[in-house]
Design a protein around this ligand. Structure first.
Ligand code: CU
Length: 485
């Protein structure tokens, strides 16, 4: 690398930056606020990509947007912080280019810094004029600068709901999307909370919103770009050919992506990130904004719930289809509204989404919640033990239920990177922590410690401090396997 003092990152997780102060939190305790300025530095970083296995450890070189909110440093990562704002907000951006070729900060239809030369700073006001979710990115030398890491998410909420109606993520919503959000929390088939409603008894924030910003990282190709002499521009066609069409290599001696990421994380670490995997009780709908900053098509498939596709590329759906998988092409912006209904495979005499006429088990209680499965483990207790770096034993048993339902990519090459490696693949999930009909305790299904850890992270709650496990400890839990056959 020709740059000597780049940042060293260790996948801390994407920070949330809230413009102004009118928004309740997104359920994340470590959000930052900016009321006057956002200082953005375009710079580079070397990031430790996280996986379980030592054989997969890799550092990847990125170009990143590093930000300060009213002078306070935000944790740096690729992608940049998720900026959350209300429609009509405006804020001053000071954008400095610390790299040695021109770069930009661009939001289609909303903001264009123009080319910022090396060492130059551009100051401009960002005025937010549309609702929904957007990519901010560097649109120069497309797609090289964006794919090298210069991208992030902007989420804009309406400043008010339509008169006489509940909030949706959009202004204006379509008739049917408005109907759906009006029905949440008030119709017999969507009992529970409206999207805009929180519930302190279940530790549930209002406006439950998640961002799945997808990307793909190629340490070999990104290093090549970083190693160019100052002033030289990497040819975009060469970049795309290497990224998309280098031949497969069992020794990974090629330039296709080795990591398929959501918000900069993959595998275990995207699955167990409280900012990525929605956790809630039945009847607490969430909105997931999916943005694809990379060059691969993803096809995000969710278990447990079908979801409503409520917006595609800025167009609010006239007829929000109800599906379990949907394509997300490069640069696509797709919103999944996940109702957090009971899993459709739960037997009910009146069918999916109908008022309950539950069936009973042979023990005579309703099939839901699945009480018997709460105490069944796979593998059985004591059958799979791993050790932490300090030598403590960790039992890897996992409850049959409640389980974290997976979200994985039906575009097969990218759920497992480089031919079979799930830990570098694109996965998330949804986790049901209880049932709204089961009393007021904030969580009434039993919970394994890894999920308890997520709850602690997202809501600042210690479930069982003795059992709380730190993500960085878990990194060393699973020993590297032997050589592959
Ligand atoms: Cu599946």
């Amino acid at each position: 690398m020709n740059r000597r003092d780049f940042l060293k990152l260790s996948a801390a997780g994407v920070a949330t930056l809230i413009v102004g102060s009118r928004i309740p939190g997104m359920g994340i305790t470590d959000a930052f606020a900016a009321t006057q300025t956002i200082d953005i530095t375009i710079t580079d970083a070397l990031k430790d990509m996280v996986t379980h296995n030592s054989i997969n450890t890799a550092q990847c070189y990125f170009w990143i947007y590093k930000m300060k909110a009213d002078g306070v440093d935000l944790p740096a990562d690729c992608p940049g912080p998720t900026i959350v704002a209300v429609n009509g907000d405006s804020i001053t951006l000071n954008i400095k280019n610390d790299l040695d070729e021109p770069h930009s900060f661009f939001i289609p239809g909303m903001f264009d810094s123009g080319a910022i030369n090396p060492g130059q700073t551009v100051t401009k006001t960002l005025t937010i004029n549309q609702t929904g979710a957007f990519l901010y990115y560097d649109n120069l030398n497309e797609p090289v600068n964006r794919v090298m890491g210069l991208h992030g998410a902007l989420v804009v909420r309406p400043s008010a709901a339509v008169l006489g109606h509940k909030f949706t993520p959009y202004d204006p919503p379509s008739t049917h999307v408005q109907n759906l959000f009006d029905d949440f929390g008030s119709s017999s088939h969507w009992p529970g909370l409206a999207w805009e409603e929180g519930d302190p008894n279940t530790s549930t924030p209002p406006f439950r919103t998640y961002v799945w910003l997808t990307h793909q990282a190629s340490p070999a190709l990104f290093a090549e770009v970083g190693n160019l002499p100052p002033g030289q521009i990497y040819n975009p066609q060469t970049f795309m050919n290497a990224f998309l069409r280098d031949p497969f290599s069992p020794t990974r001696n090629n330039r296709i992506p080795q990591f398929f990421t959501i918000n900069g994380q993959s595998g275990f670490f995207s699955h167990f990130s409280p900012a990525i995997t929605p956790m809630g009780r039945i009847g607490e709908p969430v909105v997931v904004h999916i943005l694809n900053a990379g060059l691969w098509t993803h096809s995000m498939h969710l278990h447990c719930n079908h979801f409503f596709v409520t917006s595609v590329n800025g167009v609010v759906s006239d007829n929000p289809i109800w599906v379990d998988v949907y394509n997300v092409h490069p640069m696509d912006r797709v919103d999944y509204t996940v109702p957090f209904m009971r899993s459709p495979d739960i037997p009910n005499r009146r069918g999916i989404g109908r008022p309950d006429e539950p069936m009973t088990t042979i023990n005579g209680h309703p099939v839901y919640p699945p009480i018997e499965e709460f105490e069944v483990y796979m593998p059985a207790a004591g059958k799979s033990i791993a050790q932490t770096a300090s030598g403590a034993n960790v039992d890897l048993k996992q409850r049959m239920s409640p389980l974290c339902y997976p979200m994985h990519d039906h575009s097969e090459p990218s759920q497992t990177a480089q031919g079979g490696n799930y830990n570098c693949g694109l996965i998330s999930g949804m986790y049901v922590t209880g049932d709204r009909n089961m009393g007021s305790s904030f969580m009434n299904f039993p919970m394994d410690e890894d999920f308890a850890m997520m709850f602690r992270n997202i809501r600042g709650i210690a479930i069982n401090p003795a059992q709380d496990v730190n993500v960085s400890d878990l990194r060393t839990v699973i020993p590297a396997p032997g050589p592959r056959p």
